[in-house]
Design a protein around this ligand. Sequence first.
Ligand code: KIV
Length: 273
Amino acid sequence: MKKKITVPEIRETKTNGRKICLVTCYDYTSATLVEKSDVEMILIGDSLGMTMLGFDGTIGVQPEDTIRLGAAVRRGAPTTFIIGDMPFGSYNVSDEQAVQTANRLMMGIGCDAIKLEGGRRSASRVKAIVDAGIPVCGHIGLTPQSSSAMGGFKVQGKSIEAAKELLEDAKAIEAAGAFMLMIEGVPVDVTQYIRKNINIPIIGIGAGPDCEAQAIIFQDMLGYTDWVPKFAKKYANVGPIMLDAFNAYHQEVTSGQFPTPEYSYNTKVEGLE
Ligand code: KIV
């Protein structure tokens, strides 16, 4: 069994030079594999809206979806640090609503921390959840729950003004007590600028190499689909392998090659004739 990384150990990556990584995960079987790997963290991302439920974005994911799938992931990955992602609409009403949702995720999934999107506008939510005793990871830059307001899934922080706004957001989330900050979809220079000016570790996704941690989507890194975002590297190409397997199965069934005696229970039952 691997030793689960702790919040203090994640914080220490800000100064000790250790690099750590996170992969999203949404089901038990996959979680058992992540658990066996060296990957330190799993996110039950609201990207499950796209990867598991077939939505074209993250809006529409319900806390129940995250909890149901997240609890299965926890069963498969008992010693991996798990972060539960707060879905859209589950924390934008009030600090109280945010704490209630965070409690539900912590208890329903058995996760180790929660993540929510937004900079200054989410600072009071972060503080309320931290004050309730729950570790929080912030998330700024390209925040998918706001993709409509942003005009789509677009790289953020592309001007000096926008970079300064992002730094203010990062500082607000740090001041509110977050132990880590996800930065998504911003230029490398902007990540460096923010990283130099805050004291909590940054977990980047599409934010360049200058981060204490990196995040990646499970299906992207394994190559389930032909298209992946520019920032996602395919470490395997399982899509074509799975497709070949489905077709090989179909071909053998329709041609009578499967199942052979090897895949059958061959005990002779007396008297059946
Ligand atoms: O929901 C998700 O998967 C995310 C990614 C940006 C890691 O938040």
